[in-house]
Design a protein around this ligand. Structure first.
Ligand SMILES: [Zn+2]
Length: 211
């Protein structure tokens, strides 16, 4: 019922205008129908509509709408989180900072504000860095101490599944339908990975109407 897309490395760094244009045209999306977020690794989500078509919203990591517009965020290891029901769709950019500072709780607040019941909502967590590669140090071990069941210890190192943390948070707010992509952006060379490549090249994740 919704298009859920993510660009690949072969589409080029999406921060470059020509790569963005060619990815969108390949997917049949008009740039003026796309609302994007300029990310800050925070917890804010904005409700947008047709009025904001073609606009880049500053200072937020999530977008939601009840209108027929496409919503996009850039990612490279962070989790692209697609949210949808019959009545709305949304997209979040979530790394550990956003998860830790409450972006999921804020998403659920916005879902209720558009009049939707969390139990009708479906979530898809797209390609992102998984516990095979997301090593954490003392500071995050402490910040995520409530989620020790999602720690994996290997060779004296600690790894965390941010996907499972996210799923757990949604479940605790009554959203039970959470699907997780098996693809790790660090493992899979078809994607850009911040931790692997140490560049600011990134992909565009998009959700929008399927027609
Ligand atoms: Zn991996």
């Amino acid at each position: 019922m919704y298009k859920r897309l993510i660009s690949k490395k072969r589409d080029g760094p999406i921060g470059r205008n020509k790569n963005l244009e060619s990815f969108l045209s390949k997917e049949g999306i008009k740039r003026e129908n796309l609302v994007r977020a300029n990310l800050v690794h925070g917890n804010k989500i904005t409700l947008v509509g047709k009025r904001e078509s073609g606009v880049v919203i500053q200072g937020v990591d999530g977008l939601m709408t009840t209108d027929d517009v496409f919503l996009g965020v850039t990612v490279a290891d962070c989790l692209p989180i697609y949210l949808f029901s019959n009545n709305f769709h949304g997209i979040l950019h979530a790394g550990w900072r956003s998860l830790w500072s409450g972006i999921i709780k804020n998403a659920v607040k916005k879902i209720k504000r558009v009049g939707e019941d969390p139990k009708n909502v479906e979530v898809f967590i797209g390609p992102s860095i998984r516990s095979c590669h997301f090593e954490i140090k003392e500071d995050l071990v402490e910040k995520f101490s409530d989620y020790q069941s999602y720690f994996e210890k290997r060779n004296g190192k600690v790894f965390l599944s941010l996907q499972k943390v996210t799923e757990n948070k949604f479940n605790s707010f009554g959203i039970k339908s959470v699907e997780i992509s098996p693809e790790c952006t660090y493992c899979n060379k078809n994607y850009f990975s911040y931790r692997r490549d140490r560049t600011s090249n990134n992909m565009l994740a998009v959700i929008g109407p399927n027609n």
